[in-house]
Design a protein around this ligand. Structure first.
Ligand code: WTA
Length: 648
């Protein structure tokens, strides 16, 4: 290794690389010169009822439209299950580990197929029809995977809702999506903490009231406690589903029919669901899983992401199953009941590929090397990360201590909107640079734009954009196409705007610098600061608030909130109360690190709050606040600094 910051692929001499650098270059060139030909060929990775002959149709201009493989017909669950029954019916498709429940459940492709068919019949019996939405709100148990595939099988659009959302957060999403049925669990455990899924769902449904279209709720009994069930609406999942028929002919879908929608945070308060289409999404999931993971029979992929995030959709469910692999899920925590718990599981289940978030890597790093060193970890061949920036230090720790310098680390950059990996290495082929998400996969035309929206060439820094559509791209925002056009296509006309900043070095490697909008990333969970401010705006004691993200040693970013009380009406307003309100209304993941109640906020002459300044103050960068001349009242700044850091 000549340059210590570059690890050459030769370092992993044993690594089963899927191609040579020359072949990768050829692929990249073909994709650039003949994108439709290239993608129609890649479409052969999945099973079609009717193979498509049309590639991309649409435009990033004006009223944006995106369609891929429009004349293709398929069913995604058939491509992930039925297709594998001929040659690997007995291979384990899903390993589902539950903390405190002994040996994990292992479902072969045949078993998973059967369970999916039974649930498909059950949903049909409940009156769920093609195109309708079904909300899935489950912990990491096998039923979560079954539920997604069963929706796909009947052509219903799944909406997986995170277990960390509050009742209000769930209610809002049930109403917005128009879900007609819900699949949930009685309770879940996170370590010693009881998470009351059913109670939260009941509260959400009663808050949503007549605005919700939910007619049926299936409840997976995850514990022996009694669960309140509403007759006529609620049913015990296994009592109802296990009696249904074990065969269900997949509903044939058009490639552009929606497969799922998934809520994510943006720079406005209202939650938005991006919509993914059957054909393009599954081709993308299969393609990226193969290029970056080379997921093959015999491999065990453990992606620790919750199924409620895009990583859970693509790297836990659709990518591995589309490629006939074995995927593992677990509801365990990295340090419960003891630090190193995840390393126990890697050894116990002979995990070959471990994929996690930088937050988890930083937390496990803090537990010390000894915890890792006590484990064999010899089954691992590839380590992956996604969701947040990782520092070169944490990358090298993952690589050297966990991977014992034998396993490449694939830092993959992507988004809910991209459907799957966009930037990431083809391991064993490309040199790796710790801290860089490497290069775009073949077929992705990445671009960097300056503040005026001009495209920069060569080594450059600016906003990260994509010049051309790719099959896994989100098609719209549910119920608000104008917002889709505005959010992603108006900043740099003709390009998809990611919202992230990045630097491209002279080797064409990308270094993500973070979000450029008002979205913060707490332990890999996206949160719009406007979402927080919206919630606080509903409290009559609060005149105005400003939420900002600050660096956090483990979570990457943490939330800090500044509150300006309503002078005459703020009795009883406390920092703890505000923190509680945010957790109640949005979810526990949004709990702030600090809340400061201040008499005023820094503003420009036009009255806009200067969040950039608040972020600096909250991060302790008080010596470097920059030019304050645009503020109406500079004394506010000193006052807030004192409030945060004491007399200075
Ligand atoms: C951030 C998660 C740095 C980024 C897959 C993006 C990353 C947002 C990386 C999307 C990475 C994702 N390095 N930052 N490798 N991967 N991000 O939609 O800011 O939950 O815009 O999808 O996470 O988050 P999302």
């Amino acid at each position: 290794m000549s340059d210590p910051t570059v690890i050459q692929p030769g370092h992993y001499g044993h690594y089963p690389a899927i191609m040579t650098q020359a072949a990768l270059d050829t692929m990249t060139r073909q994709a650039r010169e003949d994108p439709d030909g290239f993608w129609l060929q890649q479409a052969g990775r999945v099973q079609w009822h009717e193979r498509p002959t049309r590639g991309f149709e649409g435009s990033f201009e004006g009223n944006v439209s995106i369609a891929w493989f429009a004349d293709g017909l398929l069913n995604v669950s058939a491509s992930c299950l039925d297709r594998h029954l001929a040659d690997r019916a007995g291979q384990v498709a899903l390993i589902a580990h539950r903390e405190g429940h002994g040996e994990a459940e292992r479902l072969t492709y045949a078993m998973l197929h059967e369970r999916v068919c039974r649930l498909a019949n059950a949903l049909t019996a409940l009156g769920v029809k093609k195109g309708q939405r079904v909300a899935i709100n489950l912990p990491m148990i096998s039923e979560a995977v079954v539920a997604m595939l069963a929706c796909a099988r009947i052509g219903a659009v799944h909406v997986v809702l995170f277990g960390g959302f509050s009742a209000d957060g769930i209610a809002e999403r049930l109403v917005d999506s128009g879900a007609v049925a819900v699949i949930t669990a009685s309770v879940a455990w996170r370590g010693t903490k009881r998470v009351p899924f059913k109670e939260t769902m009941d509260t959400a449904l009663s808050r949503a009231g007549a605005a919700s279209a939910v007619r049926a709720v299936l409840v997976v009994r995850t514990a022996d406690d009694a669960v309140p069930m509403l007759p006529g609406r609620d049913r015990d999942y296994h009592d109802f589903v296990d009696r249904c028929d074990a065969d269900f002919a997949p509903v044939i879908m058009k490639a552009e029919d929606p497969l799922f929608m998934l809520y994510t945070s943006g720079s406005t308060g209202k939650p938005k669901a991006v919509v993914h289409a059957c054909g393009g999404y599954i081709v993308w999931a299969a393609y990226t899983m193969d290029m970056v993971y080379t997921h093959r029979p015999g491999d065990v992929l453990w992606c620790t992401a919750d199924v409620a995030w895009i990583t859970g959709h693509s790297s836990v469910v659709y990518g591995p199953l589309a490629n006939g692999g074995t995927t593992m899920i677990s509801d365990s925590l990295p340090a419960y009941p003891h630090p190193g718990r995840w390393w126990d599981l890697v050894d116990e289940y002979r995990v070959t590929m471990l994929f996690s978030a930088p937050t988890a890597v930083r937390a496990m790093m803090a537990d010390g090397d000894d915890v890792v060193n006590r484990h064999d970890l010899g089954s691992l061949r590839l380590l992956g990360i996604a969701g947040e920036p990782i520092s070169p230090d944490a990358w090298l720790w993952y690589h050297d201590v966990v991977g014992r310098k034998r396993c490449p680390v694939a830092d993959t950059w992507w988004q809910t909107e991209t459907g799957g990996i966009v930037l990431g290495p083809v391991p064993g082929v490309q040199p790796l640079k710790p801290g860089s998400a490497t290069r775009p996969l073949p077929g992705i035309e990445m671009a960097i734009a300056d503040a005026q929206g001009r495209i920069l060439h060569g080594a450059a820094e600016g906003s990260l954009c994509i010049a051309r559509s790719w099959p896994g791209q989100a098609r719209t925002i549910w119920g608000d196409h104008a917002r889709f056009c505005q959010t992603y296509f108006s900043k740099v006309p003709g390009f998809y705007f990611t919202g992230d900043g990045a630097r491209r070095d002279s080797d064409g490697y990308y270094w993500i610098t973070g979000r450029m909008d008002d979205v913060i990333n707490i332990a890999g969970h996206r949160l719009g600061t406007a979402e927080v401010e919206d919630v606080l705006g509903d409290d009559h004691r609060i005149l105005e608030s400003a939420a900002v993200g600050v660096p956090h040693p483990v979570k990457g970013e943490g939330l800090v909130v500044f509150i300006m009380p309503r002078g005459d009406n703020a009795a009883g307003l406390t920092g703890e109360g505000v923190a509680r309100l945010i957790s109640q209304r949005l979810g526990r993941y949004a709990a702030p690190e600090a809340v400061y109640i201040v008499p005023d906020l820094p503003r420009t002459r036009s009255g806009k709050i200067v969040r950039r300044l608040l972020r600096k103050i909250a991060s302790g960068e008080t010596g470097n606040l920059g030019d304050l001349s645009a503020l109406t009242d500079t004394a506010v700044v000193g006052m807030i600094c004192n409030r945060v850091w004491g007399e200075m």
